[in-house]
Structures are given as C-alpha cells and as structure tokens.
Design a binder for this molecule. Structure first.
Ligand SMILES: [Zn+2]
Length: 301
C-alpha cells in the first residue's frame, strides 16, 4: 500500500499534483522531449534526435494513418507511434545526409521483420544515396497520408535531390523543409547555387499561404537571428524573435519550431532578398546576388 493512501484525501491530492508539476518540469528540460501540435485535421509531433535534429510524425486525425519525416532514430519513432495509436506506413526523406536518411534502412528492416505492420513506402528525391527509396518523387508529385494531401517541392541546393513536403488537411497547412529552410535561416549550398536557393525560398516556399506552419530539420534559430540582426539591425520583427530565442535557449528548450511562412518573410533575411532594405544594404537590385552574398557572410559568421 502506498504512503498516499494513509494521508487525508486533500493532502494526497496536493502531493500528487506537486509530483506531476515537478515531473513535467523536468521533462521540459530534457532535450529529448516531444512536442505535439494537435490541429483539426492533422497532428504533428516534433521528436528531437541526435544533437539538434528534428524528426516529425504526421498523423491524419480521421484515419490515424501516419508518416514520419527523416527518422534517423527509428526506435524512438516507433515508441511515439505506439503512444499515439496510429498506423505508420510512410517515410518521407528530405535529403540523403546521414542525420536525415540514416534511419531508412533500420526502419525498413523493422517492417520486414514485422509483416503484419504492412509495407513501408519510402519517399524522397531520386538519388542512389538515399537508402531503401521505393517511391522517388519530383516537383508537384502528390500523394496522401490518410485524408491529408501531400505535394512535393523540389528544392535542390543544399543537396541535388532535396525535397520539401507540403501537407494540407481541410483546415491546416504545414511544410517540412529539411535543410532547405530553417527558422530564420537556410541550409548551406553544398551541392547548388544561389539561383537554386532563390528558386526554393522565393519561387516555391514563399508562394505557400502565410499561415503554413514550417517544420525544419534543425533548430538554429538563435544563431540565425543573431546573424539576421547584424544584417537588418532596424528590423523590429527580428529583434523581438531574437529576444524570444535567447529566452528559450536559456530555459534549455528548443521551443521556437514550428515557424510559419508569413513569419519567415518578416524575420528570415534569406527570404527577404527582394526587400528594398536588403537591396540598399547590399547596394544591388539583384536578389540572387544578395542570396549569394548572404550565404557567404553567414558561412563566416
Ligand atoms: Zn543536410
């Protein structure tokens, strides 16, 4: 019999409440804590992995069909799948780098070992460096996750076969941007050019509705906003977000993801290369040139 059963009801209730307060507080401080956004049509769970990667579980609320984005730590993903009582059968790879696609083989193997789970469909840009790819995708290819609609955006630059996934329910929108668009930043141009990143950020991602939630592959918000603040010291939106990022970092929580497309247009200097302030700063009217100069400056920052 537990100690609590000897205590008067009110005291035991308070002790229980205190226990849950303390345990949820300590959970918040653990970097491996998941964060779930339950919307009307879809639920997205952010699952930290490795040093600063995010995996995402996307669930259709109507059918409980689920897809996972970049499951580098498959066993952790399977724990969350079980907690959420959903049916995982799709794996969305943003790009071939190990910290994103490094779990493809292990997760596919787990499905082979458990035939009753059904088949795991593995999506990604056509690239032999992405293991276990079963469904190669290109720009504007579409597929479903239960009742959710997915549209693929080809965004080569960080890697040649990088794909972002735009997911819609009847009422909500989200985009999973891997290492192309970060909160207040973008990925390095390992296999591409400023022209390609311009096409990705301005030609494609900026065209999505402003309320689209942005789920990126890493959270580098603090460094990115510090950099943005040096480029646009008079941008009040950047200053406010920088303060928020500093507070979040002090608390040990990487809590700023998701962002939105509308917010990124205000705080992300790479999304603002066409803005008059940026043209004045770099003394050129050529946004692609600004994109290249910004990336070079950030690489040295
Ligand atoms: Zn990468």
């Amino acid at each position: 019999m537990s100690l609590l059963s000897f205590l008067p009801h009110r005291i035991s209730q308070r002790l229980t409440a205190l226990y849950f307060t303390v345990s949820s507080f300590s959970l918040q401080r653990r970097p491996q804590t998941t964060q779930t956004s339950t919307m009307v049509g879809m639920t997205v769970t952010k699952i930290p992995a490795l040093k600063d990667n995010f995996m995402y579980l996307i669930v259709c609320n109507t059918t409980r069909a689920a897809a996972v984005v970049d499951p580098v730590a498959p066993e952790r993903v399977l724990e969350v799948v079980q907690e959420q009582n959903c049916k995982l059968n799709q794996l969305l790879t943003t790009h071939h780098h190990w910290d994103h696609a490094g779990g493809n083989e292990a997760l596919s193997d787990r499905f082979r070992q458990n035939p009753d789970w059904g088949e795991l469909r593995v999506y990604g840009g056509q690239d032999e460096r992405i293991a276990r790819l079963t469904h190669p995708v290109k720009q504007d290819d579409t597929f479903g996750i239960g009742n959710l609609r997915v549209r693929c955006l080809s965004t080569p630059c960080h890697t040649t076969s990088h794909i972002c996934y735009y997911v819609e329910s009847e009422t909500e929108r989200a985009v999973f941007t891997g290492d192309t668009l970060f909160l207040a930043g973008c990925g390095r141009f390992f296999e591409g050019t400023p022209v390609q990143m311009y096409d990705a950020l301005i030609g494609k991602l900026s065209q999505l509705p402003d309320d689209t939630q942005v789920y990126c592959g890493h959270e580098y918000a603090l460094q990115n906003l510090r950099f943005g603040h040096t480029i646009e010291p008079n941008n009040e939106d950047i200053r406010v977000m920088l303060e928020r990022a500093q507070a979040a970092d002090l608390e040990g929580r990487r809590a700023l993801v998701p962002s939105t497309i509308g917010l990124e247009k205000r705080i992300n200097v790479f999304m603002r290369v066409q803005h008059p302030d940026m043209r004045a700063k770099f003394d050129t009217s050529e946004p692609i040139e600004i994109m290249g100069l910004l990336r070079a400056a950030k690489d040295k920052f």
